[in-house]
Design a protein around this ligand. Structure first.
Ligand code: HEM
Length: 363
């Protein structure tokens, strides 16, 4: 009897220890520097986040480095296929940068890979590169007003090998190829649309090299829904030379449009994504929720969620969109400039910004 009681007590203690080993979302831990977090191991990340803000993101801007860091989260993570290999979000793009930055689809990524490598070396960063890339991406996005606060899970092991080539979608891929590649990595068409919303805070350097820093929408410093609106406006011009691989006509000078973004919302090419794309045009909250959920999945490709610790509370809380922002048509355009793509619902009616047509400024 006494032995049974002792056994029960030991088992109960073991159970408590097991439960304690699992990250608890509602637990609070006070770090030595005063930050509160859900798990003690997250404490080391608060100073790192401060350094990222001051030394990589120019004091907390939604600028080029923040945009590039978001792109890098994708280019590291999508390097995974159940049949072709690759470790997903493992930092291989940094550790094996000689191999991976040479992939065609990684054009222009070397700048941020170099910047993050230098940052890690000069700041004596001890976390693994797979964690660092996703942390930097989540912190960078938090600088963009209107963004959701992304999840950050901590504890990815170092990469075992470089990712194989040809796993990263290209802007000149067909929509079928793009959706098949994402599906292979575990994403459905709706999640692809949500992820492509990242092009709301984005610009291209390599599509038309005569006009580096040309944004995909008119508000590249805001995590708003303008990309879903402006990609659906009738294309009338090339902002630079034209005739570049992966580029189609855009609606306004100074703005560039990827062929892939255009195909995703074009009905005759792809009825699977056109209505999802349109649904975000005037739905900031829906876009935030869908983007956060899809990023949550993307950031841990190749890992078991249960092997990681939730350190999301180290990510700064993004500012909301300014009161002056909101879904709109470009100045001097009309509703008829929208190319209806979704077969089952009309595009939302939006007002144009006042004033004459203007060129979009580079990032
Ligand atoms: C079909 C899938 C995708 C294609 C074909 C694609 C293609 C591209 C291209 C060609 C650029 C311009 C690169 C340059 O010339 O500098 C770009 C930029 C960017 N992409 Fe994507 N992308 C895709 C999906 C994604 C996803 C899933 C994310 C993130 C979740 C993402 C985030 C970004 C960002 C933030 C930039 C801007 C980088 C900067 O401003 O420097 N992209 N993308």
């Amino acid at each position: 009897m006494a032995l049974t009681g002792l056994l029960c007590a030991v088992l109960a203690l073991a159970a408590v220890q097991i439960v304690n080993a699992v990250p608890q979302h509602n637990k609070r831990f006070a770090c030595a520097d005063g930050h509160i977090t859900s798990n003690e191991v997250c404490c080391q990340l608060f100073p790192l986040v401060d350094q990222l803000q001051s030394d990589l993101f120019d004091g907390g801007e939604c600028g080029e480095e923040a945009h590039e860091s978001l792109r890098l989260t994708f280019h590291d993570a999508i390097g995974f296929s159940p049949t072709k290999g690759g470790g997903g979000a493992d930092g291989s793009i940094i550790v094996f940068s000689d191999i991976e930055t040479a992939f065609h689809a990684n054009g222009g990524i070397d700048d941020i890979v170099d910047a993050q490598k230098q940052f890690m070396a000069s700041h004596n960063v001890t976390i693994n590169p797979g964690d660092f890339i996703q942390l930097a991406g989540a912190v960078g996005v938090s600088n963009c007003p209107g963004a959701p606060r992304l999840e950050f899970l901590f504890g990815r092991p170092p990469p075992a090998a470089a990712s194989p080539d040809l796993l990263i979608p290209e802007p000149f891929d067909t929509i079928d190829t793009i959706l098949a590649r994402f599906s292979d990595a575990g994403f459905n068409a709706s999640e692809v649309v949500a992820l492509l919303g990242s092009h709301t805070v984005a610009a291209a350097d390599t599509i038309d090299t005569t006009i580096p820093g040309t944004p995909f929408d008119s508000t590249p410093g805001l995590f708003d829904t303008q990309v879903f609106i402006e990609v659906q406006m009738r294309g009338i011009l090339f902002p630079g030379t034209g005739g570049n691989q992966g580029e189609v006509e855009s609606p306004v000078p100074g703005e560039i449009r990827l062929q892939s973004d255009s195909e995703v919302n074009f009905p005759t090419i792809n009825s699977r994504t056109a209505c999802d794309w349109q649904s975000f045009a005037n739905n900031q909250a829906g876009f935030q929720t869908a983007f956060r959920a899809a990023m949550q999945k993307m950031a841990i490709i190749g890992h078991d969620r249960n092997s990681l610790v939730d350190c999301s509370d180290v990510i700064p809380v993004p500012n909301p969109l300014p009161a002056t922002a909101g879904p709109h048509l470009l100045p001097d355009t009309i509703q008829g400039d929208i190319e209806q793509a979704c077969a089952t619902a009309p595009f939302p009616v939006l007002a144009a910004l006042p004033g004459p047509a203007t060129s979009v400024a580079p990032v």
